[in-house]
Design a protein around this ligand. Sequence first.
Ligand code: ADP
Ligand code: MG
Length: 709
Amino acid sequence: MPVKEVIAALSSILTSPIEYLKGVGPQRADLLKKELQIFTFGDLLDCFPFRHIDKTQVLPIRALSGQADYVQVSGAVLSLEEQGEKRGRRLVATVSDGTGVLELTWFQGIPWALKRVQVGGRYLIFGKLTFFLGKPQIVHPEIEDFVPEKLQGKPFLEPVYPSTEKLKARGLNGRQMGKLVWQLFESLGPKDFPENLPADMVARLGFPSRYDAYRQVHFPARLEFFNKAVERLKFEEFFFSQLRLNIAKARRHKESHGPLFGKVGDSFNRFYKECLPFELTNAQKRVLREIRQDTGQGKQMNRLLQGDVGSGKTIVAVLSLLLAIDNGFQGCLMAPTEILAQQHYEGISALLAPLDIKVALLTGSTKAAAKRAALRRLAEGDIHIVIGTHALIEDTVQFQRLGLAVIDEQHRFGVAQRASLWKKASIPPHILVMTATPIPRTLAMTAYGDLDYSVMDELPPGRQPIVTVHRHESGRPKVMDFIKSEIAKGRQAYIIFPLIEESEKLAYEDLMKGYENVKAYFPEPAYWISMVHGRQTTEVKETNMQRFVKGDTQIMVSTTVIEVGVNVPNASVMVIESSEKFGLSQLHQLRGRVGRGSEQSYCILMTGGQLGQEARERVRIMTATQNGFEIAEKDLELRGPGDIEGTRQSGVLNFRLASIVQDKQWLDLAKGEAVRIADADPELLLDDHRPIRAFLLSQKGKTAWSKIS
Ligand code: ADP
Ligand code: MG
């Protein structure tokens, strides 16, 4: 990057400290920094008004209609009268402009208004229009003395900014902030807003210039100009976030080295033809093709696979591991819990039994001698696939030739952990992260846009939908009878209690009460119950779960600790207590614990007391659909992106204007443009891309600056 460009990018007037702005001074500057994170002139411009006051027109009173919101009129005061007693006391003025009559009313500040307004005086009047007994009126209007030029109205809409109590106390309320921004614009011109998008893109998308966009967001001449400007700024936000992610991805595709899975060999083919117990779904086939493509190029794959609960991710993992083995590599599969690792080990060993493939299990509870042997064989290349828990990333675990690491059910598997896997081989292994937590498309695009990304949105055929019903507390005896009848058929049931993080103690007491209650319905020795909760040690938890997995107990009473993981195909009932306290995605995950066998399964959502509107909506959605992606979309709509698990801290969703819920079409558009540019010119060297490069550079400078401040 030429030095000149760097200096230009960093020396903009917009990087000036906010205290240098006329009318700010050290005390207000301190507050602006603390309360609104406004450090520089540029930060002030990036603080957008949340509404505008329209004083661009002075309307004739006769034209005022119920549609108007805030209005400006001019007129002479005909009468001024105090009416009512005590609390009902008010000041009423009637105003005429020759076309009609308007009432102004004050309930507060009457002495002030009496001084401000005189009978016979002419004023410019602004406020929220209401109708009282069919007559137009404004309560607590703004009053200005009338001068004829004002009949033109103001040339701009007046912005109102977010403010805080402390700022207001220093004379900076939402409208006074506008004076500062106005002041700032006085000293700025188009050259202070260098274009950051390629000229052809701006033209093609019909955007205003960058200067105009900022100008119109703050001081639009008409509302439609404001809307246009906002569109551009939203697009910019999405575009630059997508560009960063896609440049990272494009560079990885270009520069990284990965194990080459050049061929499909014997193990894969034999397994596919002779051992695969079913036909793959189209989604499974598609994802396998994507993985084959990635791994067949000598570049490192970093793929996130999202598939709803039960969509058959395991078999995709197995086939990918066989691909590694056929090309002379080893593979590993990492699960979040011992039980899951164990289950994967048993299932996969059985599947691969006809082939000459060596599978080992390695978890925290593997006995020392067995562990030593496994580690040695792994290092010598005598084991093809190792399945385990986090124990796998310990330094003592060394492979002869690790080619693929599959990470199951942990989309939050961090960068650092990935890196520790890379160190296990001279060429970093391919990484496949699988998750059953559906994430809405837009969220995935922004949160995981730098990863390769596959979706399995299809369930294997013949799945019976899980019958999902909502029951109130009064229906409890019937629910318990129903569980009894299912157990009599040889099935098992889950009863889940919410884990209330703010009050762990309360949650625990609820669980205990619930447990006693269940025990009263299901006495030993006819019935056995497992209980699992967060206060137990890992060993106790594992033992209790194992008893349920093995069928020694018929009922599992638990807090949400079982959310991810266990597969008990024999369990056919999932009762979720106080289900109104769960989020949609969580309910969906819990429901996914049943419906794994061939029997009809049931999910019963218990609720106590009156439900709020949002809780009712959640229950409605759960009983209406089983599509995890649909549910995730609803969850995003109901709660907003800030609350969706795992994205809160990531900071990738800190858009100022844009919303991944309401502005999907802009996100799609921005992504398209970003991908095109990132693929063609990841270093942004082309002349056309110079504006983008300069902008990204200036942004870097900005972050550094606010950190220093
Ligand atoms: P998840 O995606 O939740 O990890 P699993 O891999 O555990 O799902 O698969 C769930 C069940 O579906 C397993 O019993 C598996 O054998 C079965 N399964 C997977 N793919 C298919 C398919 N194409 N046809 C029929 N059954 C399948
Ligand atoms: Mg799974």
